[in-house]
Design a protein around this ligand. Structure first.
Ligand code: MBD
Ligand code: FE
Length: 282
């Protein structure tokens, strides 16, 4: 446990994403050839050099940048910073060869091994979990339109305050997270609450950058999903809410028009939203 992980500050969320990243076995590390490393890093450095010349970057600015980069590392915010400002471009490259449901970025707050839940279920939540109740329902199908029995929806989202369990010390582990196993027709019905928009923590180095640049720190409210089934290419995506704040100015540039839910208020006070997922063969 790091100091930041127990911190009650919002920046603690961004910081503990480093722990989570290290704990998860991410693929791809150490596999790049010298040619690939040289090609990519040369281009990155060219971009930096060009910016320095074009913007006439000064020594004080260069030193301030170094100081800030050190703080990003010490504050554990590399996953937060990279997922907010860079991941959408990597996702766009992946999306170019992807059929079926549109993907979106994973972000820094995924945790593997969430509780397995049946097709009709309620996500783990606190007694009296605040927020508008949401019934999220739909079906997973293949590109030919046939149902995918037993597909898994690994779902996680923020609470009504924009905090994620596992990354905010006041929220119980596993809150608003689960692996929903669809029925024999690929169908699911998940009861949860609607999340709030997410604000990048303003008290860490990522927030400091956003404030210094005069940008806003918001992401629109969203559900995160990994949709997977044996024999199919898994999809990492997010679903947003029609009419919600920041839909058109997501700081992480991760919205797509195909990924917007239209929740309909029910007589019982709950909102109901339907979404069907389409998986392509692996
Ligand atoms: C989030 O909740 C998120 O989804 C992303 C991509 C970045 C920061 C916080
Ligand atoms: Fe998120």
């Amino acid at each position: 446990m790091t100091r930041m992980e127990n911190s009650p500050t919002a920046a603690g969320s961004g910081a503990s994403a480093t722990q989570a990243f290290r704990a998860s076995a991410r693929d791809g590390s150490g596999s790049a050839s010298p040619e690939r490393v040289s090609a990519v890093v040369t281009e990155i450095l060219r971009g930096v050099h060009r910016t320095i010349r074009e913007q006439q970057v000064s020594y004080p600015e260069f030193q301030a940048a170094k100081q800030w980069l050190i703080e990003v590392g010490e504050g554990g915010e590399w996953p937060l910073l990279l997922d907010v400002f860079v991941e959408h471009e990597v996702e766009a490259v992946a999306a170019a060869t992807q059929q079926g449901t549109k993907g979106s970025i994973l972000g820094p707050y995924y945790l593997p091994d969430a509780e397995k839940l049946p097709a009709v279920t309620e996500l783990p939540m606190r007694d009296g979990e605040p927020g508008t109740p949401l019934v999220f329902t739909g079906q997973v199908r293949d590109v030919g339109g046939d149902p995918v029995p037993g597909a898994e929806l690994d779902i996680w989202h923020a609470d009504r305050e924009g905090y994620y369990s596992g990354f905010a010390p006041h929220i119980p582990d596993g809150n608003l997270r689960g692996v929903v196993v669809c029925d024999g027709q690929g169908r699911f019905e998940i009861s949860t609450i609607e999340p709030a928009p997410y604000r990048i923590p303003t008290d860490g180095p990522t927030g400091k950058l956003i404030e210094s640049a005069g940008w806003h720190p918001w992401r629109p409210a969203h559900l995160h999903l990994l949709v997977r089934a044996t024999g199919f290419r898994p999809i990492t995506t997010q679903l947003y809410f029609a009419g919600g704040d920041w839909l058109d100015s997501d700081v992480a540039e991760a919205t797509k028009p195909e990924l917007i839910l239209e929740p309909v208020p029910q007589p019982d006070g709950r909102n109901r939203a339907e979404y069907d997922f389409v998986l392509e063969p692996a």
